[in-house]
Design a protein around this ligand. Structure first.
Ligand SMILES: Nc1ncnc2c1ncn2[C@@H]1O[C@H](COP(=O)(O)OP(=O)(O)OP(=O)(O)O)[C@@H](O)[C@H]1O
Ligand SMILES: [Mg+2]
Length: 319
Protein backbone atom coordinates (compact mmCIF):
# COMPACT_ATOMS: atom_id res chain seq x y z
CA UNK A 1 0.00 0.00 0.00
CA UNK A 2 1.64 3.23 -1.10
CA UNK A 3 -1.07 5.79 -0.31
CA UNK A 4 -0.54 7.47 3.07
CA UNK A 5 -2.79 6.18 5.85
CA UNK A 6 -4.07 9.71 6.37
CA UNK A 7 -3.67 12.79 4.25
CA UNK A 8 -5.49 15.91 5.40
CA UNK A 9 -5.27 19.18 3.52
CA UNK A 10 -6.47 22.53 4.81
CA UNK A 11 -9.32 21.13 6.91
CA UNK A 12 -11.55 23.73 8.48
CA UNK A 13 -14.49 23.36 10.85
CA UNK A 14 -16.30 26.07 12.72
CA UNK A 15 -18.76 25.73 15.60
CA UNK A 16 -20.34 29.15 16.18
CA UNK A 17 -17.48 31.34 17.41
CA UNK A 18 -15.05 28.44 17.74
CA UNK A 19 -12.71 27.61 14.86
CA UNK A 20 -12.20 23.95 15.84
CA UNK A 21 -10.10 23.20 12.74
CA UNK A 22 -8.25 26.10 11.17
CA UNK A 23 -6.51 24.86 8.02
CA UNK A 24 -5.17 21.59 9.39
CA UNK A 25 -2.84 19.71 7.04
CA UNK A 26 -1.25 16.46 8.15
CA UNK A 27 0.10 13.27 6.58
CA UNK A 28 0.45 9.98 8.41
CA UNK A 29 2.37 7.33 6.49
CA UNK A 30 1.17 3.77 6.19
CA UNK A 31 2.62 1.69 9.06
CA UNK A 32 3.50 4.64 11.29
CA UNK A 33 2.81 4.93 15.00
CA UNK A 34 1.72 8.56 15.03
CA UNK A 35 0.90 10.73 18.04
CA UNK A 36 -1.46 13.69 17.99
CA UNK A 37 -0.83 16.00 20.93
CA UNK A 38 -2.44 19.24 21.93
CA UNK A 39 -4.11 20.98 24.84
CA UNK A 40 -7.84 20.55 25.57
CA UNK A 41 -9.87 22.04 22.75
CA UNK A 42 -7.01 21.93 20.21
CA UNK A 43 -9.24 20.12 17.69
CA UNK A 44 -7.88 16.56 17.96
CA UNK A 45 -11.24 14.81 18.36
CA UNK A 46 -12.84 17.04 15.73
CA UNK A 47 -10.11 16.00 13.29
CA UNK A 48 -10.61 12.31 14.10
CA UNK A 49 -14.36 12.70 13.68
CA UNK A 50 -13.92 14.14 10.19
CA UNK A 51 -11.97 10.98 9.24
CA UNK A 52 -14.76 8.64 10.38
CA UNK A 53 -17.59 10.74 8.97
CA UNK A 54 -19.00 11.96 12.30
CA UNK A 55 -18.09 15.55 11.46
CA UNK A 56 -18.53 17.21 8.09
CA UNK A 57 -15.63 19.63 7.51
CA UNK A 58 -16.47 23.11 6.18
CA UNK A 59 -13.44 23.11 3.91
CA UNK A 60 -10.39 21.15 2.85
CA UNK A 61 -10.18 17.43 2.22
CA UNK A 62 -8.98 14.24 3.82
CA UNK A 63 -8.20 10.77 2.53
CA UNK A 64 -7.66 7.47 4.32
CA UNK A 65 -5.43 5.09 2.33
CA UNK A 66 -6.32 7.18 -0.69
CA UNK A 67 -10.10 7.09 -0.13
CA UNK A 68 -11.76 10.45 0.25
CA UNK A 69 -13.53 10.51 3.63
CA UNK A 70 -16.64 12.03 2.07
CA UNK A 71 -16.79 10.76 -1.52
CA UNK A 72 -15.56 7.23 -0.69
CA UNK A 73 -17.01 7.18 2.79
CA UNK A 74 -17.49 3.41 3.04
CA UNK A 75 -13.96 2.46 1.97
CA UNK A 76 -12.43 5.08 4.24
CA UNK A 77 -14.59 4.09 7.22
CA UNK A 78 -13.98 0.37 6.73
CA UNK A 79 -10.22 0.89 6.95
CA UNK A 80 -10.53 2.54 10.38
CA UNK A 81 -10.96 1.03 13.85
CA UNK A 82 -11.77 3.83 16.29
CA UNK A 83 -11.64 3.77 20.08
CA UNK A 84 -13.37 7.11 20.73
CA UNK A 85 -12.78 9.46 23.64
CA UNK A 86 -16.44 9.33 24.70
CA UNK A 87 -18.18 5.97 25.12
CA UNK A 88 -20.93 5.40 22.56
CA UNK A 89 -21.75 1.76 23.19
CA UNK A 90 -24.97 -0.16 22.92
CA UNK A 91 -25.37 -0.82 26.64
CA UNK A 92 -28.09 -3.43 26.65
CA UNK A 93 -26.50 -6.33 24.77
CA UNK A 94 -23.84 -8.75 25.98
CA UNK A 95 -20.51 -7.30 24.88
CA UNK A 96 -19.66 -10.19 22.54
CA UNK A 97 -22.87 -9.42 20.63
CA UNK A 98 -21.97 -5.74 20.44
CA UNK A 99 -18.70 -6.77 18.80
CA UNK A 100 -20.42 -9.15 16.39
CA UNK A 101 -22.81 -6.37 15.33
CA UNK A 102 -19.88 -4.02 14.84
CA UNK A 103 -18.01 -6.52 12.65
CA UNK A 104 -21.23 -7.14 10.70
CA UNK A 105 -21.60 -3.41 10.13
CA UNK A 106 -18.16 -3.50 8.49
CA UNK A 107 -19.32 -6.29 6.17
CA UNK A 108 -17.79 -9.25 8.02
CA UNK A 109 -19.98 -12.39 7.60
CA UNK A 110 -21.65 -13.93 10.69
CA UNK A 111 -19.36 -16.87 11.54
CA UNK A 112 -16.21 -14.82 10.95
CA UNK A 113 -17.71 -12.03 13.07
CA UNK A 114 -18.15 -14.46 15.98
CA UNK A 115 -14.49 -15.51 15.71
CA UNK A 116 -13.33 -11.93 15.45
CA UNK A 117 -15.33 -10.97 18.55
CA UNK A 118 -13.76 -13.85 20.47
CA UNK A 119 -10.24 -12.93 19.31
CA UNK A 120 -10.73 -9.27 20.18
CA UNK A 121 -12.07 -10.00 23.67
CA UNK A 122 -9.19 -12.41 24.31
CA UNK A 123 -6.63 -9.91 23.02
CA UNK A 124 -7.76 -7.27 25.51
CA UNK A 125 -8.20 -9.82 28.31
CA UNK A 126 -11.96 -9.64 29.00
CA UNK A 127 -13.13 -12.87 27.36
CA UNK A 128 -14.53 -14.04 30.73
CA UNK A 129 -16.85 -11.00 30.65
CA UNK A 130 -18.28 -11.79 27.21
CA UNK A 131 -21.87 -12.25 28.44
CA UNK A 132 -21.86 -9.10 30.54
CA UNK A 133 -23.38 -5.87 29.30
CA UNK A 134 -21.19 -2.77 28.89
CA UNK A 135 -22.69 -0.89 31.89
CA UNK A 136 -21.59 -3.64 34.22
CA UNK A 137 -17.92 -3.58 33.27
CA UNK A 138 -15.46 -1.78 35.55
CA UNK A 139 -13.89 1.45 34.28
CA UNK A 140 -10.71 -0.30 33.15
CA UNK A 141 -12.68 -3.11 31.47
CA UNK A 142 -14.68 -0.47 29.58
CA UNK A 143 -11.39 0.93 28.21
CA UNK A 144 -10.32 -2.59 27.23
CA UNK A 145 -13.67 -3.13 25.55
CA UNK A 146 -13.33 0.08 23.53
CA UNK A 147 -10.05 -1.22 22.15
CA UNK A 148 -11.63 -4.62 21.39
CA UNK A 149 -14.39 -2.88 19.47
CA UNK A 150 -11.83 -0.93 17.45
CA UNK A 151 -9.98 -4.16 16.63
CA UNK A 152 -12.96 -6.29 15.63
CA UNK A 153 -13.07 -5.05 12.03
CA UNK A 154 -9.35 -5.87 11.63
CA UNK A 155 -8.57 -2.26 10.65
CA UNK A 156 -5.51 -1.05 8.72
CA UNK A 157 -5.70 2.22 10.67
CA UNK A 158 -6.34 2.11 14.40
CA UNK A 159 -7.34 5.47 15.91
CA UNK A 160 -7.16 5.73 19.67
CA UNK A 161 -8.53 8.94 21.19
CA UNK A 162 -7.06 9.07 24.69
CA UNK A 163 -7.20 5.30 25.24
CA UNK A 164 -5.40 5.43 28.58
CA UNK A 165 -7.18 8.39 30.22
CA UNK A 166 -7.69 7.53 33.86
CA UNK A 167 -6.52 3.91 33.72
CA UNK A 168 -4.15 2.29 36.20
CA UNK A 169 -0.47 1.69 35.51
CA UNK A 170 -0.88 -2.00 34.77
CA UNK A 171 -3.67 -1.49 32.25
CA UNK A 172 -1.76 1.31 30.59
CA UNK A 173 1.18 -1.04 30.08
CA UNK A 174 -1.13 -3.80 28.80
CA UNK A 175 -2.70 -1.42 26.29
CA UNK A 176 0.74 -0.21 25.18
CA UNK A 177 1.82 -3.76 24.57
CA UNK A 178 -1.30 -4.62 22.57
CA UNK A 179 -1.07 -1.56 20.34
CA UNK A 180 2.69 -2.00 19.88
CA UNK A 181 2.07 -5.54 18.70
CA UNK A 182 -0.62 -4.31 16.29
CA UNK A 183 1.81 -1.72 14.93
CA UNK A 184 4.59 -4.31 14.54
CA UNK A 185 2.14 -6.40 12.52
CA UNK A 186 1.65 -3.47 10.12
CA UNK A 187 -1.36 -1.58 11.52
CA UNK A 188 -1.03 2.20 11.33
CA UNK A 189 -1.78 3.83 14.69
CA UNK A 190 -3.02 7.35 15.38
CA UNK A 191 -2.97 8.03 19.11
CA UNK A 192 -4.03 11.11 21.04
CA UNK A 193 -2.95 11.40 24.64
CA UNK A 194 -2.34 13.92 27.39
CA UNK A 195 0.34 11.66 28.84
CA UNK A 196 3.17 13.16 26.86
CA UNK A 197 5.53 10.50 28.16
CA UNK A 198 3.31 7.92 26.48
CA UNK A 199 3.84 9.60 23.10
CA UNK A 200 7.56 9.88 23.80
CA UNK A 201 7.77 6.13 24.37
CA UNK A 202 5.46 4.86 21.66
CA UNK A 203 5.36 7.17 18.68
CA UNK A 204 7.53 7.30 15.57
CA UNK A 205 6.39 10.87 14.98
CA UNK A 206 4.15 13.30 16.79
CA UNK A 207 2.17 16.28 15.62
CA UNK A 208 1.48 19.07 18.06
CA UNK A 209 -1.80 20.87 17.48
CA UNK A 210 -3.13 24.05 18.99
CA UNK A 211 -6.14 26.18 18.06
CA UNK A 212 -7.13 23.87 15.21
CA UNK A 213 -3.75 24.06 13.52
CA UNK A 214 -0.58 22.02 13.36
CA UNK A 215 2.18 23.71 15.34
CA UNK A 216 4.85 21.12 14.67
CA UNK A 217 5.45 17.60 13.45
CA UNK A 218 8.64 15.66 14.14
CA UNK A 219 10.05 12.60 15.86
CA UNK A 220 10.01 12.76 19.67
CA UNK A 221 13.84 12.79 19.61
CA UNK A 222 13.99 15.77 17.25
CA UNK A 223 11.51 17.67 19.37
CA UNK A 224 13.36 16.90 22.58
CA UNK A 225 16.62 18.08 21.00
CA UNK A 226 15.03 21.54 20.75
CA UNK A 227 14.48 21.78 24.48
CA UNK A 228 16.98 22.79 27.12
CA UNK A 229 18.80 20.07 29.03
CA UNK A 230 19.69 20.53 32.66
CA UNK A 231 23.21 19.75 33.92
CA UNK A 232 23.06 18.96 37.65
CA UNK A 233 26.40 19.58 39.33
CA UNK A 234 27.43 18.80 42.90
CA UNK A 235 30.16 21.12 44.20
CA UNK A 236 32.46 20.48 47.18
CA UNK A 237 32.02 24.16 48.10
CA UNK A 238 28.30 24.81 47.64
CA UNK A 239 27.45 28.49 47.65
CA UNK A 240 24.25 30.45 47.58
CA UNK A 241 25.09 32.28 44.37
CA UNK A 242 25.87 30.32 41.20
CA UNK A 243 29.43 30.75 39.85
CA UNK A 244 29.76 32.68 36.59
CA UNK A 245 30.01 30.50 33.47
CA UNK A 246 31.09 31.78 30.08
CA UNK A 247 30.81 28.50 28.15
CA UNK A 248 28.88 28.78 24.86
CA UNK A 249 25.41 27.25 24.99
CA UNK A 250 24.81 27.88 28.69
CA UNK A 251 21.42 29.55 29.07
CA UNK A 252 20.91 29.83 32.78
CA UNK A 253 22.54 28.90 36.10
CA UNK A 254 20.99 28.57 39.52
CA UNK A 255 21.52 26.86 42.88
CA UNK A 256 18.80 24.47 44.02
CA UNK A 257 19.01 22.13 47.03
CA UNK A 258 22.76 22.72 47.27
CA UNK A 259 23.30 21.75 43.61
CA UNK A 260 24.34 23.92 40.73
CA UNK A 261 21.79 23.60 37.90
CA UNK A 262 22.93 24.72 34.47
CA UNK A 263 20.44 24.79 31.60
CA UNK A 264 21.89 24.47 28.12
CA UNK A 265 20.91 23.36 24.66
CA UNK A 266 22.74 20.07 24.02
CA UNK A 267 23.63 19.47 27.68
CA UNK A 268 25.93 16.50 27.19
CA UNK A 269 28.23 18.32 24.77
CA UNK A 270 28.40 21.43 26.98
CA UNK A 271 28.94 19.56 30.28
CA UNK A 272 32.73 18.87 29.91
CA UNK A 273 33.47 22.54 29.19
CA UNK A 274 31.33 23.62 32.13
CA UNK A 275 33.26 21.24 34.37
CA UNK A 276 36.63 22.54 33.11
CA UNK A 277 35.62 26.15 33.68
CA UNK A 278 34.43 25.40 37.20
CA UNK A 279 37.65 23.57 38.10
CA UNK A 280 39.80 26.28 36.49
CA UNK A 281 38.06 28.73 38.82
CA UNK A 282 38.93 26.70 41.91
CA UNK A 283 35.70 24.69 42.38
CA UNK A 284 35.70 20.93 42.97
CA UNK A 285 32.98 19.03 41.09
CA UNK A 286 31.74 16.04 43.12
CA UNK A 287 28.95 14.82 40.83
CA UNK A 288 27.54 15.58 37.42
CA UNK A 289 24.38 14.44 35.77
CA UNK A 290 22.69 15.56 32.55
CA UNK A 291 18.88 15.50 32.53
CA UNK A 292 17.54 15.64 28.97
CA UNK A 293 14.64 17.90 28.06
CA UNK A 294 11.46 15.82 28.09
CA UNK A 295 8.90 15.89 25.33
CA UNK A 296 6.53 17.30 27.93
CA UNK A 297 8.73 20.37 28.49
CA UNK A 298 9.05 20.99 24.77
CA UNK A 299 5.30 20.48 24.31
CA UNK A 300 4.53 23.03 27.01
CA UNK A 301 6.92 25.54 25.40
CA UNK A 302 5.45 25.05 21.93
CA UNK A 303 1.83 25.30 22.97
CA UNK A 304 2.44 28.17 25.39
CA UNK A 305 3.94 30.39 22.67
CA UNK A 306 0.52 30.75 21.08
CA UNK A 307 -1.01 31.86 24.34
CA UNK A 308 1.78 34.19 25.43
CA UNK A 309 -0.62 37.14 25.37
CA UNK A 310 -3.01 35.42 27.77
CA UNK A 311 -0.23 34.75 30.26
CA UNK A 312 0.80 38.40 30.25
CA UNK A 313 -2.73 39.52 30.91
CA UNK A 314 -3.07 37.07 33.81
CA UNK A 315 0.17 38.35 35.32
CA UNK A 316 -0.91 41.96 35.00
CA UNK A 317 -4.15 41.22 36.78
CA UNK A 318 -2.30 39.46 39.61
CA UNK A 319 0.15 42.37 39.97
N1 LIG B 1 -20.31 19.52 18.52
C1 LIG B 1 -19.70 20.65 18.90
N2 LIG B 1 -20.39 21.79 19.05
C2 LIG B 1 -19.77 22.93 19.41
N3 LIG B 1 -18.46 23.03 19.67
C3 LIG B 1 -17.72 21.92 19.54
C4 LIG B 1 -18.29 20.67 19.16
N4 LIG B 1 -17.30 19.75 19.11
C5 LIG B 1 -16.17 20.40 19.46
N5 LIG B 1 -16.41 21.71 19.71
C6 LIG B 1 -15.41 22.73 20.07
O1 LIG B 1 -14.33 22.62 19.17
C7 LIG B 1 -13.09 22.79 19.85
C8 LIG B 1 -12.21 21.58 19.61
O2 LIG B 1 -12.76 20.46 20.32
P1 LIG B 1 -12.14 19.01 20.26
O3 LIG B 1 -13.07 18.10 20.97
O4 LIG B 1 -11.81 18.69 18.85
O5 LIG B 1 -10.78 19.22 21.08
P2 LIG B 1 -9.71 18.13 21.56
O6 LIG B 1 -8.39 18.59 21.03
O7 LIG B 1 -10.16 16.78 21.25
O8 LIG B 1 -9.71 18.39 23.13
P3 LIG B 1 -9.58 17.36 24.38
O9 LIG B 1 -8.09 17.22 24.62
O10 LIG B 1 -10.22 18.12 25.50
O11 LIG B 1 -10.26 16.09 24.04
C9 LIG B 1 -13.43 23.04 21.30
O12 LIG B 1 -13.44 24.42 21.52
C10 LIG B 1 -14.83 22.46 21.44
O13 LIG B 1 -15.56 23.11 22.44
MG1 LIG C 1 -10.62 15.15 22.37
Amino acid sequence: MTAPAIRARDLTKRYGDVQALDGLSLTVDSGEFFGLLGPNGAGKTTFINTLVGLVHADGGEATVFGHDVEADYREARNAIGLAPQEYNVDRFFPIHEVLEHKAGYHGVPGDVATERAEDALKTVGIWDKRDTRFDWLSGGMKRRFMLARALVSDPDLLILDEPTAGVDVQLRRDLWEIINRMNDAGTTILLTTHYIEEAERLCDRVAIMDDGRKVEVATPDDLMARGSDTIEIGLADPSVTPPTLTVDGVQNTRIEDGQLLVTAAGGSSVAPSVMRELEANGHTVTSLDVRRASLEEVFVDLTREDHGGDTDVAMEVEA
